[in-house]
Write a new protein. Sequence first.
Length: 397
Amino acid sequence: MSKKRGQGEGSINKRKNGLWAAQITVQSRRVSKYFKSQSECREWLRKMRTQIDNGLTFSGAQISVSVFLNEWLVLSETSVRPKTIDQYRKIVRLHITPDLGMIKMKDLNPRQIQALYSKKLESGLSPRTVVLIHAVLRRALSHALRLGMIGSNPALAVIRPKFKRKEMKTLSDSQVRILLSFAEGGRFEVLFWIAVTTGLRQGELLGLKWSDVDWTGRRIGIQRQLQRLSGGLVFSEPKSAAGRRVIALGVTTVEKLRKHQDLQFMESQMVGSSWKENDMIFPSSTGTPMDPSNLYHNFKRLLIKAELPDVRFHDLRHTAATLMLQQGVHPKVVQERLGHSDISLTLNTYSHVLPGMQDEAAGKLDELLTPINVSNDLKKLEKRTPADVPLPEKFRP
């Protein structure tokens, strides 16, 4: 038995094999979908009518999730940073395409996406990676919506997994002194010094060139960062517009850089023709950009040798920011040195430093506004009314 709907609403028919067929017209061409139940047909037709009203085209109704995502990745190459697009490709290839790739874009629904998240979490994938999967899908499907390929974004209807961010760890000022003491004389001595005095990111440190240094003005420009992508080490733009910045250097820092430059020249002479000059402040032992893994292993060995807490290299950035705030450096200056795009990010990230600073502020205001003890004679003078004060002689009648 078959059931037909009005003109423009599509139709539902039961086939001889027991399946139900739903059909609807998109741009004068029929699009069909088969289901086990009549209610599933109704739901599909309802969704299709909404998508058609929102601009769904026939070509959009035929394309698969896999084909669309590959096209979207190509378009995204011009609008996002290289490391970001590299991450997008891995997420699509490893986690989205195997499960959702064969589904037509018009048929993708929140239940399928939610099931993907549940499957990934049950397999032991970290919640943070599942959140990244969600972010990629949401962004890609938003683009499909703007193109009229779907009528709504199904990723917006699912529950995004929650995850705990890694706990921020910082070293105290005494621990930093110990770290720098044990680093003294090594190839990374000045790198660690600059890390804890400026708060530069690892990629920014490894991307520094001698041409970025203003020796007279004691400034250094942050123009690039070194990153590892699937194709190898590459230089890329700073993380944000605020990341391209110029920061001041202390006198001691400049002196250490000059000494480091002299030692690097001596090292290049010893290496001879094997040295590849790239103007890097912190290159490999042959002058090429340094592999971040080499810095990582050296840093971890240094922590063990100095018997310091096992922190991440990125925690040196947090340490620098914390020490600056504790020393009374204005949060706006800290924001600019770190390259944060907004001061609220700086304040929210380092709110753990603020309680002590609030106590200090409360004490200073108490001290400022506490009444000063005065003599009884002065108090009497303060209590006099205007009538008690004699007029100057020239104003007397």
